[in-house]
Design a protein around this ligand. Structure first.
Ligand SMILES: [Zn+2]
Length: 202
């Protein structure tokens, strides 16, 4: 049995020439014994095609979805995953300059700057997104254009910066991405209406 650095939480079991080979995600290295017991039960049930006892399934799932574990999974994905981070400097706009300007104007300069990048494609379906696994904000290259007003790009960046400030909360089992606080703060962007109008015409 060995701990193995999978990119995601993953565990495998195989029977080879009378030996059982088990690979557990290294995320579970620090798991308490009852959790490891549950994983052993699940893997053995899998190999013999037997039903998994619900209490073991629950114990395992609860441990894996706990905050500490998902945080570590994020860090690992960040290190191992491949992601196309290009340059923050576009033909027209520099995302770092825009980030720092908004940081000063709206966040007292307190937000740590994530990786900033223009998207590879000129995506129209995704204006921008924040990727917590890579701590990166990706903005659609469509807005690196002389006819794209700066306030529209600022609004998109401001929205992603609010995601940095208000991490996704779990409310029961529902993910709350744009919380009430998030939405209230978004309304304080001065050219919110103009920016939305421009984006609707896009
Ligand atoms: Zn959003």
């Amino acid at each position: 049995m060995e701990f193995f650095a999978f990119a995601n939480v993953n565990n495998t079991i195989r029977l080879r020439e009378g030996r059982v080979l088990v690979r557990l995600s290294d995320l579970l290295e620090a798991a308490p014994e009852p959790v490891l017991g549950a994983i052993a039960h699940i893997l053995i049930a899998k190999i013999y095609r037997k039903p998994i006892a619900p209490e073991h399934a629950t114990r395992y799932r609860r441990y894996v979805s706990s905050h500490e574990i998902s945080h570590k999974a994020n860090l690992l994905r960040q290190m191992r995953g491949r992601k196309h981070i290009l340059s923050p400097k576009g033909q027209i706009y520099d995302l770092e300059e825009i980030f720092e300007d908004l940081n000063r104007r709206f966040f007292h300069g307190l937000l740590a700057r994530p990786l900033l990048s223009w998207s590879r494609e000129r995506a129209r379906n995704s204006l921008g997104h924040y990727d917590p696994a890579h701590n990166a904000v990706i903005i659609s290259r469509v807005f690196d254009h002389p006819r794209a007003p700066r306030y529209v790009l600022e609004y998109i960046m401001y929205h992603e910066m609010l995601h940095l400030k208000h991490p996704v909360k779990l409310r029961g089992s529902r993910r709350c991405v744009h919380s009430a606080e998030f939405q209230a703060e978004e309304k304080s962007f001065p050219q919110l209406e103009e920016a939305k109008r421009f984006l609707r015409r896009l």
